[in-house]
Design a protein around this ligand. Structure first.
Ligand code: CA
Ligand code: CA
Length: 532
């Protein structure tokens, strides 16, 4: 005791005489000169029954220094470290529980006094923490200054952008007018070109139709007397109108509009249109190939309509040869029943618009010049419009950033447009403050949204200690994922942990200087509080 007193002259508390296991605060309840009243008031006993290793009080207060009472507690002073209450059943149980070893005074175990060492470590830790806070706070002040400057610059930039937006808008309007002006002659010339082409097409179509009609007329006019008669028409049973497979006299007459015969002009004007789709020519037109392959029936672009098939077509023909034969057989059978003498060849009138005329001829030089001029005007207009859109977007982004709540002094602004990652065994977690939290499997795979920026969510007095990210990807049969981010004081900005305390609700910790509080004024180096 004397040694202790000598070693710790400042710790006057140690000198106060009190029963074993009693704290300084309670020592006045234990006065040797008086009977002892249990602290719960349940009994009063002679003082010599205090710490006599027999439990007298219900609350165990008469045996603070022994293990006699199951519910008692023992107080270690732990000089040099923190005082501590332990359950009194740990007294003399052979395990050192108090760093000053006072709980093992009679168990044969020798406990080394580790309080000084523990105290030193604790002080070191506290000093380190204080150092972190000091340094963090110093950085925080820089962050605040940086944002002040950055914000001013952004405001300047915003004004600049708003000005250039105005002139861009004017430019877009001007270019729109230029474009519209350039498009007028373009449209006129194009329309003219189109119209001309359509007229040409219609004319050649009419001409071909007339030729077809003429050749049909020649065919029908068997006796070549310049008139088609009812009888001559009747040789073409495919013109049957009532579906019985035979063109009766009455039907033929009706086709001739009641006349008994008809010359070529009247035939073209009054009859041809009604029969052209049914009519089957007996003679192959000389300028059209035999459509032996269904593919050849289809119009082919820019291919001369000659009967010599290309290599490719030959191949196709080979492939479909069998099919064709079958078809032909079937067809000729049907036809054969209708007309036994001469099986009519299978030639429907050729489509009236040969393919090469489907394609509009290229524009003439003047029209092309109008088109080029208009296109240039369109390009310029669209480019200006794009620039305007870009400026608009920059303005929106800047406005958003400038008006964002980055903490009481903007200290959290530096986190904007940054992302921080933490890799665990399974996942890579990614926090992009004020934007998004996501999680991605370490071994590849698409990221899962754990929440997008919601709001500051700390308690009222400490709103900026917590961020909330909400409305992430939905959990299967559960809520949308969300993440709470706790901001802790640190010198560096690091995601230190990620957990999922309850299903689909994540908790992340981010250290940042911006969360460092102002440290208390520095204590004098050698205080007189050895007990911390
Ligand atoms: Ca007792
Ligand atoms: Ca013990």
């Amino acid at each position: 005791m004397l040694l202790l007193v000598l070693l710790l002259p400042v710790c006057w508390a140690v000198e106060v005489k009190r029963p074993r296991g009693v704290s300084l605060t309670n020592h006045h309840f234990y006065e040797e000169s008086k009977p002892f009243t249990c602290l719960d008031g349940s009994a009063t006993i002679p003082f010599d029954q205090v710490n006599d290793d027999y439990c007298d009080c219900k609350d165990g207060s008469d045996e603070p220094g022994t293990a006699a009472c199951p519910n008692g507690s023992f107080h270690c002073t732990n000089t040099g470290y923190k005082p501590l209450y332990i359950p009194s059943r740990w007294v003399n149980d052979g395990v050192c529980d108090c760093c000053d070893g006072t709980d093992e005074y009679n168990s044969g175990i020798i406990c080394e006094n580790t309080c000084k060492e523990k105290g030193r470590k604790e002080r070191e830790t506290l000093q380190q923490m204080a150092e972190v806070t000091r340094e963090g706070f110093r950085l925080k002040k820089i962050l605040i200054e940086d944002w002040k400057k950055a914000r001013e610059e952004k405001q300047k930039k915003l004004i600049e952008l708003q000005t250039s937006k105005k002139s861009l808008e004017d430019q877009v309007e001007m270019l729109r007018l230029v474009k519209e002006e350039a498009e007028k002659p373009e449209k006129e010339a194009k329309d003219q070109h189109q119209k001309l082409w359509e007229e040409q097409q219609a004319a050649s179509k009419a001409q071909r139709e007339q030729e077809l009609a003429a050749s049909a007329f020649q065919e029908l006019d068997d006796d070549m007397d310049g008139a088609v008669t009812v009888a001559e028409l009747q040789t073409h049973s495919e013109l049957d109108t009532d579906g019985d497979g035979v063109l009766s006299e009455g039907e033929a007459q009706a086709l001739l509009g009641g006349d008994t015969q008809m010359d070529t002009t009247a035939f073209y004007d009054r009859v041809w249109a009604a029969i052209r789709n049914k009519y089957r020519s007996e003679v192959l037109p000389t300028d059209v190939p035999v459509p032996s392959d269904p593919h050849l029936m289809k119009p082919k672009e820019e291919q001369p309509l000659v009967a010599s098939p290309t290599a490719e077509e030959e191949e196709e023909e080979e492939e479909t040869d069998e099919e064709e034969e079958d078809e032909e057989e079937e067809d000729s059978q049907v036809q054969g029943e209708q007309s036994k003498e001469t099986p009519p060849p299978l030639v429907p009138p050729q489509p009236a618009s040969p393919t090469e005329e489907d394609k509009m001829p290229p524009y003439d030089e003047q029209t092309q010049a109008f088109i080029d001029a208009a296109q240039e005007a369109r390009d310029k207009f669209e480019e200006a419009e794009r620039s305007l859109k870009d400026v608009d977007e920059s303005i929106r982004n800047l406005e958003q950033e400038i008006s964002f709540d980055f903490g009481p002094n903007g200290e959290f602004a530096y986190l904007y447009s940054q992302c921080y990652e933490l890799t665990t065994n399974e996942y890579i977690y990614r926090l992009c403050p004020f934007k998004l939290v996501s999680q991605k499997p370490k071994l590849g795979g698409s990221p899962t949204n754990l929440g997008t920026w919601g709001s500051w969510a700390g308690p009222e007095h400490d709103k900026f200690s917590t961020m909330k990210y909400e409305q992430g990807t939905g959990c299967w049969q559960g809520p949308n994922r969300s993440t709470t981010v706790r901001l802790l004081c640190g010198k560096e900005t690091v995601v230190t942990s990620t957990t999922e305390p309850s299903r689909c609700e994540y908790l992340m910790e981010l250290t940042t200087p911006a969360a460092c509080p102002e440290p208390p004024p520095e204590l004098p180096i050698e205080g007189d509080h050895d007990e911390l």
